[in-house]
Ligand binder design. Structure first.
Ligand code: FAD
Ligand code: NAP
Length: 531
């Protein structure tokens, strides 16, 4: 690998791959480090049964190259993990990106040298590169978390995390399996594991709202029609993220019958579209309750044992305030005699031993434990790198009370370092491929601007950073998002500051702000030529 680079990229998922392609196209010397042994990011790591996107495949894909989007054929409404991974492998090969990536190397430190205006980047496998710019494309959902249960390390059976699934798969036949966690990953995996396991126990701490996916094969006609209008669809997506059917009608402005009919229509169509049935579901608690009531009624219809149905009904937080889950046969799975649900709020796990999970009032012998326990989201991958800025101070120290940055993109005192889809940006609240392309395009334009003007350094002004943090907080406070103990707020990680991290104002508004900042000559940033 070249030691002196223009740009070093951390990560080779959707974000890292596009960054490499875009920046090399500008004539820059760019290389990436990737901890995994291949490209794909989330789709390399998450090989658990049932893993698939919940943004429709035709939208959950790059828009930057028309021949790519015209030629690639998706087989299902929501592509399965292996198909998305094959797509990302195709992208890496098609655009000859692999030679730009050092695989199996985890970046451990990134230190800024103010004398030279360069980042010094080290990995766990030695070597050092220096680069004018550092792009953290390390993922918002890439730092997986096992539960903190005493004795977990003593378990003699197989213990798995959905986000680090074995490449060769797992055979559950004849096994007694426990799944801990009922977020999006658990909801996708549980019905699939139930198909082959002899016995499946689901350990649920908080029930989630699960809408049906209604996944189906993607017809040639639909695909052709969509591709014919791709330019228009992609332009719309740049404003809204995913092309949902966004209602402009408040929920309580229509009769109860009309409301029920609309929820039912969307339930039958499947997918996240359900949350957009009325305009005020995420802002008015009464409106939100109507949607929650509808889902509760469906759960009671679908689950035959009334006690299990009540355990599955989410209560105490608004629908959508935790990421809504999209499932296939999720609730129906609990009707199978070999599947059991345990409410951890009633009977917490106290320990794990060599062959069992110990509850307050029972011992549960198991062969395999599947942890669908989520991630240290948005900041976790960055926290694992020793990132030091202009004065040698650590990013982790600066963010001790919660992430602070300007536009989600850059951090004061950490010049020339860009973060992709991190805190302070729309990030995980929108179709992430749309967010990634917006970020990389903005970063590329910024680097070009600096090169054109002969500047060597860019970083946010502290006032601009403070104002942006305030804007992100204010936008969240106007919504119901802040009323749930979600990973958006860091609530799943003991001790993590409780700050709503993503910018909730929408990708269209965010894009306009970023474009305006660039057009104004990077208002809010200090651009200099070294100390
Ligand atoms: P990632 O795909 O996470 O890639 C980051 C890469 O950086 C990883 O390969 C990691 O190994 C590497 N890395 C991290 N730290 C280091 C380091 N220190 N050194 C070297 N390498 C490092 N989003 C949607 O919009 N729609 C969906 O349907 C959807 N489904 C999802 C399903 C699952 C199971 C998960 C977990 C997430 C899903 N997401 C979805 C969110 C997903 O995170 C993004 O869509 C997208 O894949 C993120 O791409 P990325 O390149 O930013 O990050
Ligand atoms: P998650 O949403 O954070 O869910 C983790 C689950 O584990 C929650 O039910 C959580 O309970 C539980 N849990 C965590 N720690 C626990 C502990 N110590 N003991 C018991 N239970 C514990 O993680 P995820 O399901 O992996 O999903 C993360 C995000 O990735 C999603 O929200 C989504 O954005 C994305 N994703 C998308 C898809 C898709 O459909 N395309 C699929 C998977 C993931 P609490 O709620 O009580 O914390």
């Amino acid at each position: 690998m070249t030691r002196e680079l223009d740009v070093v990229v951390v990560g080779a998922g959707f974000a890292g791959l596009y960054a490499l392609h875009k920046l090399r196209g500008l004539g820059l010397a760019v290389h990436a480090f990737e901890a995994a042994n291949d490209v794909g990011g989330v789709w390399h790591w998450n090989r658990y049964p049932g893993a698939r996107c919940d943004v429709e495949s035709l939208q959950y894909s790059y828009s930057f190259d028309d021949p790519l989007q015209q030629e690639w054929v998706w087989s299902e409404r929501y592509a399965q993990q292996d198909e998305i991974l094959a797509y990302l492998h195709h992208v890496a090969d098609r655009f000859a990106l692999r030679p730009l990536i050092a695989f199996g190397k985890r970046v451990t430190s990134a230190h800024f040298d103010p004398a030279a205006d360069r980042w010094h980047v080290h990995t766990d496998r030695g070597g050092e590169v220096t680069a004018r710019f550092c792009i953290m494309a390390s993922g918002s959902l890439s730092a997986s978390r096992l539960p903190d249960v005493p004795g977990i390390e003593t378990f003699a059976g197989q213990i798995l995390h959905t986000g680090a699934w074995p490449r060769d798969g797992v055979d559950f036949a004849g096994k007694s399996v426990a799944v801990i966690g009922t977020g999006s990953s658990g909801v996708q995996a549980i019905p699939q594991i139930a198909r082959s396991a002899e016995r499946l126990v689901v350990l649920q701490r908080t029930p989630n709202f699960v809408v049906p996916a209604r996944n189906q094969p993607l017809s040639g006609e639909k695909q052709a029609a969509w591709k014919a209008a791709y330019a228009d669809y992609r332009a719309q997506a740049r404003q809204v993220g995913t092309l949902y059917d966004f209602s402009q009608t408040p929920a309580l402005s229509v009769s109860a019958e009309a409301r029920e009919a609309e929820y039912r229509r969307r339930w039958e169509l499947g997918g996240v579209n359900f949350v957009h049935a009325f305009s005020d579901i995420m802002t008015d608690p009464a409106a939100n309750q109507t949607a929650a009531d509808f889902v509760h009624a469906r759960i009671r219809e679908l689950v035959t044992d009334p006690k299990t149905a009540e355990m599955l009904c989410p209560r105490g937080y608004p629908l959508g305030a935790k990421r809504i889950c999209v499932g296939s046969d999720y609730y129906e799975t609990y009707n199978q005699p070999h599947v059991m649900l345990i409410d951890l709020q009633a009977t917490p796990v106290t320990a794990i031993s060599g062959d069992a999970i110990h509850m307050a009032d029972a011992v549960l012998p198991v062969d395999v434990i599947v942890c669908a326990t989520g991630y240290d989201a948005l900041t976790g991958a960055l926290a694992q790198i020793d990132i030091r800025g202009r004065h040698g101070a650590a990013l982790s120290a600066k963010w001790a009370d919660g992430p602070r940055n300007y536009l989600g993109l850059m951090v004061a005192d950490f010049p020339n370092m860009f973060i992709v889809t991190g805190p302070g940006s729309p990030s995980v609240l929108v179709n992430m491929v749309v967010g990634i392309e917006q970020h990389i395009d903005w970063i590329a334009e910024c680097i070009q601007h600096l090169t054109r003007t002969g500047a060597s350094r860019i970083e946010p002004e502290p006032d601009a950073e403070n104002a942006w943090v305030q804007q992100v907080n204010e936008a969240a406070a106007e919504t119901l998002f802040v009323q749930a103990n979600s990973w958006y707020l860091g609530a799943n990680i003991p001790g993590k500051p409780r700050v709503f991290m993503p910018f909730v104002g929408g990708i269209g508004r965010y894009r306009a702000i970023c474009d305006e900042v660039a057009a104004s000559g990077y208002a809010g940033f200090q651009i200099t030529s070294g100390d």
